[in-house]
Design a protein around this ligand. Structure first.
Ligand code: 0O2
Length: 216
């Protein structure tokens, strides 16, 4: 390997280390919020968290699609989801609470918000996306590092993973009848989310009434 090529690999490894650290930071913040929520409200808003570093093949593919050369500078500048974290919640209301709690932390900067719950994509896709930066403190500098945060319910996640698999299977050319069925399923997912949230509210209210009558 030439010296220049070696420097590139070394630089890329340092960049990846920073992105991995950013995922760790956000993960820790989320764990703390979840624990506190459990302590105060007696339930966990977060079902589970998945995080990943985008593969170099996908990064190069995305840059190519956007018309940029594959350089480390372009990757950092134009690929917003090198570090991605997906938070899966039980209820739609949890999504906005978690987003707000994260946004309120003063070391987190919000670069962009895409609310595909209020305004779903044509495909039926629903999820709340937040592009944030978190500072990573290295030995001689601090680096504001981008992380794409996707927050969705279990039901939305079920839909998105199936749709993603179907898309992959048909290499993007999904037959219209299947696309229509997916839109139908997305509507069922929304109806289910609303019903489950209302059921949960009723249960919480009953539990609260019980607690109050016991202490009266
Ligand atoms: P992967 O493999 O999940 O990483 P940009 O990221 O800015 O180039 P865009 O579309 O403006 O592209 O960003 P957006 O809308 O925030 O979507 C980014 C990610 O959301 C996607 O990443 C998917 O993970 C997810 N997503 C968006 N739309 C859909 C959809 O219709 N169906 C499913 N299943 N997922 C979706 P990537 O990089 O496309 O893919």
């Amino acid at each position: 390997m030439s010296n220049e090529a070696y420097d590139q690999v070394d630089n890329w490894n340092e960049v990846l280390l920073v992105y991995r650290s950013a995922l760790k930071e956000i993960n820790t913040k989320l764990e703390i919020l979840n624990d506190e929520f459990q302590h105060v409200h007696r339930y966990n808003p977060i079902e589970h968290i998945k995080s990943r570093i985008k593969t170099s093949e996908s990064i190069v593919k995305k840059l190519k699609k956007k018309g940029y050369e594959s350089t480390i500078e372009n990757m950092i500048k134009y690929v917003d989801d090198i570090a991605g974290i997906r938070i899966i919640c039980s209820f739609e209301s949890d999504i906005y609470q978690i987003a707000e709690m994260l946004a309120n932390q003063n070391d987190i900067k919000i670069l962009e918000v895409k609310d595909y719950i209020k305004k779903p994509k044509e495909s039926g896709y629903k999820s709340f996306h937040m592009l944030v930066t978190v500072p990573i403190f290295l030995s001689n500098k601090s680096v504001e590092t981008k992380v794409e945060v996707q927050i969705r319910t279990v039901a939305m996640d079920f839909w998105a993973s199936l749709e993603h698999k179907i898309h992959y299977k048909f290499e993007g050319n999904v037959p219209e009848s299947i696309q229509e069925e997916l839109v139908d399923c997305a509507m069922m997912v929304s109806a289910l989310d609303i019903k489950m949230m209302s059921l949960n509210e009723q249960v919480q209210k009953l539990a609260k009434d019980d607690e109050e009558s016991e202490t009266a």
